[in-house]
Design a protein around this ligand. Structure first.
Ligand code: UT7
Length: 339
């Protein structure tokens, strides 16, 4: 058909970039469902059965996305024995940047002392970390950069309407980080997929956050400075897009669902993860789930889950791992790698 083209397909697994260290940081304050029962008309039972969430972390008042991200980055650098001046590039995935500019990546560069690093933010909402990882892979595979830090960091508590029970029970704050390098040992990122559907941008958005709807009294009255979501609509798109992206990435890597030792999915809803597991013909024992403890931390979900899975010994050298994300934009992405 004129005007359409086939997406380029990976004929072979790539193996040019490996995750050499992971890290995370979660704010200390735990907000339980019982506390939310006192804030809005909700119940612990509703939240747990509809989402799987029991509690989430909330950043302190003066603690910003760049603070969370910097601590996650330092944790990964400590784990990998990597010094700040070895980092060539910092990519930060966030939809709750400290400011639109300077970027949160620049703020983190200063906080971790990575003076030689280039730094920029990526905005793909909950898919942002995987978008960032795939971008980082290109720099490492092409030998433009040796060491790239990819961070997913969010202070979602700052954009949530604490009077709206449809959204305030779902989200939490936190940050995860990975360091990637080109390694010759054979493992690393095997295949990936990214996609977007801008026609559905209104079903999950932060309306007053840029030049289109500047903050005004009327905007504040309407609550447009807060995250807006049509949960049911987003849910339907999430299930379809995550499954189809996962299938594309598995095919490009030459793998089946049963070859995957651990699926590390975006943590928006336990039911979405269960459906994904069914569609991939795997079981929940092969899916990493921490939504109960942290809720939906958007771009921070996957790097935090990956770090925890690694620390808990659920990732062994040679394991195939599949990460799958979905978020506002709409956006989706998946990455298969050999650990
Ligand atoms: O990370 C980016 C991607 N985000 C997602 O993937 C999120 C996708 N969406 C979801 O996870 C789910 O749609 C939600 C968890 C947000 C909502 O679950 P649902 O099963 O789709 O519920 P619903 O929105 O259809 O609401 C069902 C009922 C409604 O009441 P009525 O109209 O049936 O009387 C809501 O008003 O539940 C009500 N409700 C609540 N009740 C108690 C909505 N929120 C709450 C609440 N507590 N917190």
């Amino acid at each position: 058909m004129p005007g359409t083209r086939k997406h380029p397909r990976q004929a072979h697994p790539r193996r040019n970039a490996s995750i050499v260290a992971t890290g995370m940081y979660l704010p200390e304050r735990v907000l339980t469902n019982a506390e939310l029962e006192k804030l809005v008309d909700t119940t612990d039972e509703w939240i747990q059965t509809r989402t799987g969430i029991k509690e989430r972390r909330i950043a302190a008042e003066g603690e910003f996305t760049s603070d969370l991200g910097a601590k996650a980055a330092l944790d990964a650098m400590h784990e990998g024995g990597i010094f700040a001046d070895e980092i060539d590039l910092i990519i930060v995935a966030t939809c709750t940047a400290d400011t639109i500019f300077p970027s949160t990546a620049c703020r983190i560069q200063q906080k971790i002392g990575a003076k030689k690093a280039a730094a920029f933010d990526i905005q793909a909402a909950c898919s942002g970390f995987l978008y960032g990882l795939i971008v980082a892979e290109q720099f490492v595979a092409s030998h433009v950069y040796e060491t790239v830090l990819v961070i997913g960091a969010e202070k979602l508590s700052s954009i949530v309407n604490w009077k709206d029970r449809n959204t305030c029970v779902l989200f939490g704050d936190g940050a995860g980080a990975v360091i990637i390098r080109n390694r010759a040992e054979g493992h690393g990122i095997l295949a990936s997929d990214m996609g977007a559907d801008g026609s559905q941008s209104d079903i999950l958005s932060l309306p007053s956050s840029g030049c289109a709807i500047p903050v005004s009294e009327a905007v504040i009255q309407e609550g447009l400075q807060y995250l807006q979501m049509s949960g049911k609509e987003v849910y339907k798109h999430a299930v379809t897009a995550m499954n189809s992206s996962a299938e594309k990435t598995l095919a490009r890597a030459g793998l089946k669902g049963s070859d995957i030792a651990l699926v590390v999915p975006h943590q928006a809803n336990l039911r979405i993860i269960e459906t994904l597991a069914q569609k991939l013909k795997t079981d929940m024992d092969h899916c990493y789930v921490n939504i109960g403890r942290y809720g939906n931390m958007s771009a921070a979900c996957i790097p935090v889950a990956l770090h925890e899975a690694s620390k808990e010994g659920r990732l062994k050298a040679g394991d195939n791992v599949l990460m799958v994300a979905f978020g506002g934009g709409l956006t989706w992405a998946s990455v298969a790698l050999e650990w």
